[in-house]
Design a binder for this molecule. Structure first.
Ligand SMILES: [Zn+2]
Length: 434
């Protein structure tokens, strides 16, 4: 009894001390990026700042954060530190069905193509409709490290081929809207694409679904038809907040007599958004250059990523962004169009910025000066003197891409048996896990 009486008070006294010393040993931040130029459009930041990450979230953005408070500090001086890029037009799913020439058949698995160009969020543009969305979710969305959001196709079968995409009977607003409501925050819009007929039905049904589910519609306006002019689409059929993609294709009279179609300008004044959607056939210098000169700039920059476009002029998100630098846009604007403006277009305002508390999706980019060439969807080159390169990508606080190993220790500084420590293993890239 006497021993117990002595020991218990001693433990009670020591416990708070022990906890305090543990807290002192464990740094406040997992990762600290110092000295980079932060561009965060939502928070009106374009300045040199330190960015601290803890527990998968942005913990602090400030002029100076003490490295002593971080488990790992990485200097990113001379680089741009921006929110993880958001590409609102990619193709990451193809339903089983007949093969055709459209993007869906060439869809890519996201993680292989996103992180290496600073992209942490993609929006699949209508690969699946309500009939096969569950399959898309199971096979791709739930397995990808990239955040994959979706526009549900107004066609129940999604992009399964021309036969399916031209079937008006399979374009039903109610089941598409129901699927979107079932997956709120995952299905962020409705897509209509590739329609070859003269009817307005695909657009009308998509808008109906978007209205029921309170989400935007993205339109790939398909084959040109005099019965449904693009001006009428954006001034009458679409709602403010709906998105016209492929804005510089020139395939649907985006230019009239060398000038921006006045209907598109009126559409923008109504609040319709205009997206690049570069793709394999939707970005022409002869459309983009005069449009930009007249101030018809993109609301959002996106790739229309699929196997065809990535091996042709499009390549990847930062290549498309570099084109807009070469076209004369300031870098702050290019970043905004690829982050915060993209998040707002899909009404996901928790994304696209580096506010403390936001999920730590971060891209670190290098702006190179030199002699570069940029090719449009039709094989024409424009020379430029700037190119963005992705140096580092962080997704939910984890390093998922590191071009030059800037978060890694130099090998000669490590113990001889470093291969066994796990400390430098590729799967230990998340500093917080060590
Ligand atoms: Zn597309």
């Amino acid at each position: 009894m006497s021993i117990t009486r002595v020991v218990v008070p001693a433990l009670l006294t020591l416990a708070p001390l022990a906890m305090a010393s543990l807290a002192a040993q464990s740094p406040k931040y997992d990762l600290l990026l110092t000295g980079g130029h932060v561009i965060d459009a939502r928070n009106n930041i374009s300045a040199v700042r330190d960015v601290a990450i803890a527990g998968g979230k942005v913990a602090a953005v400030a002029e100076k954060i003490d490295p002593a408070e971080a488990l790992k500090t990485v200097s990113v001086s001379g680089l741009y530190v921006v929110p993880g890029l958001i590409d609102i037009h990619v193709h990451a799913y193809t339903g089983t069905g007949e093969r055709n020439s459209y993007a869906g058949d060439n869809s890519i698995y996201p993680d292989g193509f996103t992180f290496r160009s600073g992209v942490t969020t993609v929006v699949d543009a209508g690969g699946a409709g309500w009939r096969n969305f569950d399959d898309f979710k199971d096979r791709v969305i739930d397995r990808a490290k990239t955040r994959v959001l979706a526009l549900v196709n107004i066609v129940g079968n999604g992009m399964r081929g021309e036969k399916f995409e031209n079937n008006l009977d399979d374009m039903q607003a109610k089941p598409a809207a129901d699927m979107a409501l079932k997956h709120k925050g995952l299905i962020v819009g409705v897509k209509t694409a590739h329609y070859a007929g003269p009817e307005w039905t695909p657009v009308e049904r998509a808008v109906e679904a978007g209205t029921i589910a309170n989400i935007p519609v993205m339109v790939d306006f398909g084959t040109d038809h005099p019965e449904r002019p693009v001006a009428e689409l954006v001034t009458k059929k679409l709602r403010p907040g709906d998105i016209y993609t492929h804005m510089y294709s020139g395939l649907r009279h985006e230019l009239v007599d060398g000038h921006v179609n006045p209907g598109l300008i009126e559409g923008r004044q109504r609040g319709v958004l205009f997206d690049v959607g570069h793709g394999g056939g939707s970005f022409a210098w002869r459309v983009a250059v005069p449009s930009m000169k007249e101030g018809f700039i993109p609301d959002t920059i996106s790739t229309d990523l699929h196997i065809g476009s990535m091996n042709a002029g499009m390549k990847d998100m930062i290549n498309v962004m570099s084109k807009f630098l070469v076209l004369g846009e300031p870098i702050d604007q290019v970043i905004a169009q690829s982050t915060w403006h993209a998040a707002r277009a899909i009404k996901q305002e928790g994304l696209g910025h580096l506010s403390p508390g936001a999920e730590a999706d971060v891209a670190v980019l290098r702006l190179e000066r030199g002699k570069f060439g940029y090719v449009d969807s039709f094989g024409a080159r424009m020379d430029g003197d700037q190119r963005l390169v992705c140096e580092l990508t962080v997704r939910a606080g984890k390093v998922v891409y590191d071009l030059n190993g800037i978060t890694r220790p130099e090998w000669t500084t490590l113990p001889a048996d470093y291969r066994a420590t796990g400390d430098v293993r590729w799967d230990a890239l998340n500093p917080g896990r060590r």
